[in-house]
Write a new protein. Structure first.
Length: 280
């Protein structure tokens, strides 16, 4: 376990990252403008499929559903990272549950998280290029797929830092991570304020209901962000290149946001644990 000084140093890194979060790129804002026009040009059956998929993602918040991942694969990955870092000769207990991750060194958790982000970003890039081949017609596949991949990636990162995505309050945190990655600078600050004492307040039913009501706004923002992608996917070659680029950027932003937000929670909880030990 890290010392108090080490944890404070790691926390300062997270806070520096928070202060460096910028507003949406100019082109991201401009890119939302043609969505309403293009939405009218999109066949109704495709819009219907997209809406159904987004509603299904919303159901993830309520009950988990098919977007709730199995933790076994992520725990095996963390175990592999620990073996590479510490060596097979070290005697330590097997990682068989999320609770076993809570006390692992931060450097191992960070490495496991970084590898997941790298792999999922590569997958999203390939997916974007593939769906870009079909132009606007394949967007009904691409949008829900990227949203689903984003959710699964955040859940994997939650496990990397010792949090159980099966718990409803953690699914709320998942949505907050998605919301943060696509928010403007004002939205980012608001979300950071909401999450500043998340561990202390997330048991309150009233607050949980309030947070749950925001999921449609999150998915609506995601859908709007695809407006400019639609525009470029009308051109086949541009669709391949642009589809790969925007998918890569989406997963990279989601992964980075989730990693830093979960990392901050773990650091703060370890600092709190040390403070309690000193009092006792």
């Amino acid at each position: 376990m890290e010392s108090r000084e080490q944890l404070l140093q790691e926390l300062s890194i997270v806070k520096t990252w928070e202060s460096e979060q910028k507003d949406l790129w100019f082109w991201e804002k401009i890119g939302r403008l043609p969505f309403q026009l293009l939405d009218r040009l999109t066949p109704k059956i495709l819009n219907k499929k997209i809406s159904e998929a987004l509603n299904e993602l919303g159901n993830y918040l309520q009950a988990g559903g098919r977007y709730l991942i199995s933790e076994a694969g992520t725990l095996r990955h963390i175990e592999e990272v620990r073996h590479r870092s510490e060596g097979h000769h070290r005697v330590h207990t097997q990682i068989t549950a999320i609770e076993d991750v809570e006390t692992l060194p931060l450097r191992i958790l960070d490495q496991a998280a970084d590898e997941i982000i790298h792999n999922r970003t590569k997958l999203a890039t390939l997916q974007g290029a593939t769906t870009g081949i079909g132009g606007i017609l394949t967007l009904a596949i691409d949008v829900p797929a990227v949203l689903g991949l984003s959710l699964k990636t955040i859940q994997e990162l939650a496990i990397c830092y010792g949090y159980d995505p099966k718990i409803k309050q953690e699914r709320i945190f998942t949505i907050k991570c998605m919301q943060f990655s696509s928010a403007d600078i004002v939205g980012k600050k608001a979300i950071l304020d909401e999450l500043s004492d998340y561990a202390a307040n997330d048991q309150a039913d009233a607050q949980m209901i309030s947070q749950l009501q925001g999921w449609r706004e999150v998915f609506a923002t995601y859908r709007d962000n695809w407006g400019w992608k639609k525009l470029f996917q009308l051109i086949p070659v541009a669709g391949i290149l642009f589809g790969a680029w925007i998918n890569r950027g989406t997963l990279k932003d989601v992964g980075e946001s989730a990693k830093m937000l979960y990392r901050k929670r773990r650091i703060l909880e370890r600092l709190s644990h040390l403070d309690k030990q000193n009092i006792e």
